[in-house]
Design a protein. Sequence first.
Length: 195
Amino acid sequence: MTTETLHRSFADVELRAAGDGRTLVGLAVPFDQPTNVGNYVESFSRGAFARTIAERGAAKVKILAAHSANVNPIGRATVLREDPAGLHVEMRISRTALGDEVLALVEDGALDGLSIGFQPVRAFNNPTTSVVERTEVRLNEISVCAFPAYDGARVLAVRSVTPQQQHALTELDLIRRRASLVAAISGVGSYDIHR
């Protein structure tokens, strides 16, 4: 196993803003789509992210601005899952100066790419096609960037909670806390209201 960290970028942002517009939703990595990444042609196979998702979950994958590890992250992943088309991602962008700047550039179309930082774990060097097929990688980070490498991966939307939805969720959380407190005081154990 190598400890080298590699980066791959992706493109074609289409945005719909609603509410606070702080969640980017998209396809971070397309599966079975070969692209020239410099010294060789590479593709990602379905299942390449399964282990890293199972072991690390989404919350441990940080969102960076253009792979800049020398500044604070601009957010974190909230959803990572493999779809038939590739790695589906939802990323919550933090309310910071850099996070706000990145969102503004994304909404203006100036930043239209996604990129991943990963460590290769397993690959198949296909002798027929000369493609390095990534079959397992450890996902370190996802970046919003200006220059994508892969066609077919894209941010599909900017998702958010409207003020009305946020108010309803806040009220529901208060009801849950009150119910748990009443249950604890009365000795009935915990009480949970499901969404």
